[in-house]
Ligand binder design. Structure first.
Ligand code: HEC
Ligand code: HEC
Length: 380
């Protein structure tokens, strides 16, 4: 049985059949379809039960009672997420996951989005500049695609220079980038139609086997919105107090933190990092200069990246100029950074390098790097 011209009733029957069983049924959807490769068994499994992308975790910080200062950050995270997460369905994000990991969707079948956005590196690639499908280099360092769901409509846009205003518009750009994946939109859609697993996945996500560019963008958008960091030591810890300039040394802000991590939290807030890198996971309120961006961007400003998972995303800055967090902190303690950044934002005397590094490591969400929902579905 093949699903050529379907009536609404037969569509419903087909959906039931597909959810009951699997591989054999949708393999016949195109006679000359190429072998979809090792992922096929996973696709079959996926068509029975999608993973759960829509259940929001309870992000209210334990031990936190008041609503003042930065501790409210973790709580706000949930509120901000709520709006964006409403657009996610389990099947939509599942389809987005397949597209994100599918090498066949580049001009020569060598690279997927995940080729430059690796799960174990919080969706960066460990390089100053990334290598595209033909070996060419990108102009900027690959950015983490985590926590994009926290950006609101009136925030500055995506990429280091903010040139893409909406995520769903941005996600089709890498396919068509002559360095990154080298496809055209019609070429992309044609390729997807020729792969056996997509029509079935589109049917699950959108109720029809028809594959269109806006649906591809929507599915990728849904998958990306679901990539949220919320299981770091900072998130799961018991917040007792918000650091403030008047505090005595040795105060405990998060119960589970070591003495060094608590000192680092104080340094982060009082030293001024959180004036720009908010701890509620927002990427930006505005684009600013921190002293490294003067030449590279026309207004001398660039996007303020999230520092969640920063220990996993070296090298740092838009050009990967710093290879360690120690080098980054040295940058903020001297020279151009200090003169460029608004005086009230940064207090170099309060920057305690060792403690600050320990604190930055509490922002790593190890679960994210292992979460099956965000992993490669083509891997057996
Ligand atoms: C060859 C490497 C490469 C590939 C392949 C690639 N990217 Fe990227 N990605 C980058 C680089 C480099 C940047 C930063 C580019 C810039 O600012 O101009 C980036 C930035 C992004 C951003 C912006 C994040 C932010 O915070 O503003 C998103 C979202 C993104 N990529 C998603 C994707 C998706 C979806 C795909 C697949 C369709 C993909 N990328 C494929 C290298 C890559
Ligand atoms: C005035 C705003 C501002 C302040 C204050 C600030 N930063 Fe930044 N930070 C930025 C901007 C903008 C970038 C991106 C610069 C670029 O590469 O173009 C950045 C980049 C970074 C990066 C690299 C991120 C990545 O993904 O590569 C780290 C790490 C970092 N900052 C840590 C800190 C620390 C630690 C402090 C406090 C000592 C701090 N920042 C204070 C604006 C700021």
């Amino acid at each position: 049985m093949c699903f050529g011209n379907l009536t609404p009733t037969s569509v419903r029957i087909a959906v039931v059949l597909l959810s009951l069983s699997s591989v054999g049924l949708f393999q016949c959807s195109r006679d000359n379809a190429p072998d979809p490769g090792p992922g096929i068994s996973t696709v079959g499994d996926t068509l029975k039960t999608p993973l759960n992308y829509t259940d929001l975790p309870d992000l209210k910080p334990t031990g936190f009672t008041g609503f003042s200062g930065r501790s409210v950050a973790v709580w706000q995270l949930k509120m901000r997420l709520k709006t964006n997460q409403d657009s996610i369905t389990n099947w939509g994000a599942t389809l987005g996951r397949f597209i994100f990991y599918d090498k066949q969707l580049s001009a020569n079948g060598t690279i997927a989005c995940a080729g430059c956005h690796h799960q174990d590196k919080a969706f960066t690639d460990g390089k100053a500049f990334s290598t595209g499908f033909l070996g060419g280099q990108t102009h900027f360092s690959a950015m983490s695609t985590v926590n994009l769901g926290l950006i609101e409509d009136n925030d500055p846009g995506y990429f280091w220079d903010g040139r893409a205003k909406r995520l769903r518009d941005q996600v089709l750009a890498p396919f068509q980038d002559p360095t990154e994946m080298g496809m055209t939109l019609p070429g992309l859609i044609g390729k997807m139609k020729s792969l056996t697993y997509y029509p079935a996945l589109f049917e699950k996500a959108y109720g029809s086997r028809d594959i269109t560019a806006p649906k591809v963008a929507d599915a990728l958008n849904q998958f990306l919105l679901s990539l949220i960091s919320y299981r770091s030591k900072f998130h799961t810890g018991t917040h007792l107090k918000v650091p403030s300039a008047d505090d005595r040394p040795g105060e405990v802000y998060v119960k589970e933190f070591s003495e060094l991590e608590n000192r680092g939290y104080y340094s982060y807030v009082v030293g001024g990092c959180d004036q720009c890198h908010f701890l509620d996971g927002r990427l930006v309120l505005q684009h600013l200069s921190n002293g490294v961006n003067r030449q590279a961007f026309k207004d001398g400003k660039s996007k303020i990246p999230t520092l969640f998972n920063i220990a996993l995303t070296a090298p740092y800055m838009h050009d990967g100029r710093f290879t360690s967090l120690g080098e980054v902190i040295d940058h903020y303690r001297q020279g151009e950074a200090v003169t460029t950044i608004r005086k009230e934002a940064l207090d170099p005397d309060k920057i305690d390098k060792e403690a600050l590094i320990a604190f930055l490591k509490t922002l790593t969400d190890e679960e994210l790097t292992k979460d099956q929902r965000f992993s490669d579905p083509f891997k057996k």
